[in-house]
Design a binder for this molecule. Structure first.
Ligand code: HEM
Length: 129
C-alpha cells in the first residue's frame, strides 16, 4: 500500500470521486433496503456525498466549508440505519468501485476506511424477521 499519499490522491482525486458517486447512487436507489430511505431527486444527495467524501479521503474540505461540522452520525439519526443497511451500503460502494475499475488494494483500502463510519452510523437494531 502506498502510505505517502492520501486515499484521495491515490484514487485519482476529483474526477474519480465523481465517477464513484455517479456509480454508487443508482445502486443505492435500486437496493430494496436502502432505496426507500432516499428522495427521488437524488442529485442534491450526490453532490453532498461528493463534497463529503472528497474531504473524508483527504482532499479539500468542500463539505465543511459549505455546511460546517459534518456531524455525520447525527445527520443520519432521522433514518433507521440497521446493521443490515450498513452492510448493504458498503456492498453498493464495493460494486461501484469495481464498476469503475478500482480493484485490489485500493478498493480494499477504501472499503476499510468506510466500514468504521458505516457501522458507527447504525442507530437501529436489526429488524426482526
Ligand atoms: C450505513 C448505512 C447508511 C445509510 C442507510 C445512509 C443513508 C443516508 C440517508 C437516508 C441520507 C439522507 C438523504 C436525504 O438527504 O434525504 C444520507 C445522507 C448522507 N450520507 Fe449516508 N447512509 C449510510 C452511510 C453513510 C456513510 C458510510 C457515509 C460516509 C462516510 C455517508 C454519508 C452521507 C452524506 C455525506 C450525506 C448527506 C448529508 C447532508 O445532508 O448534508 N452515509 N445517508
Amino acid at each position: 500500500m502506498n502510505r505517502n499519499i492520501s486515499l484521495y490522491d491515490w484514487m485519482g482525486g476529483a474526477e474519480t470521486l465523481r465517477l464513484i458517486v455517479e456509480s454508487f447512487y443508482p445502486k443505492v436507489q435500486a437496493n430494496p433496503l436502502l432505496g426507500p430511505l432516499f428522495p427521488a431527486d437524488i442529485e442534491p444527495v450526490m453532490e453532498k456525498q461528493y463534497m463529503f467524501l472528497t474531504q473524508f479521503f483527504g482532499g479539500p474540505s468542500l463539505y465543511s466549508d459549505a455546511y460546517g461540522h459534518p456531524m455525520m452520525r447525527a445527520r443520519h439519526l432521522p433514518f433507521p440505519v440497521t446493521p443490515e443497511r450498513a452492510d448493504a451500503w458498503l456492498g453498493c460502494m464495493r460494486e461501484a468501485l469495481q464498476e469503475i475499475g478500482i480493484e485490489g488494494e485500493l478498493q480494499q483500502a477504501i472499503i476499510v476506511r468506510l466500514t468504521g463510519p458505516a457501522h458507527h452510523f447504525v442507530n437501529t437494531p436489526e429488524e426482526e424477521t
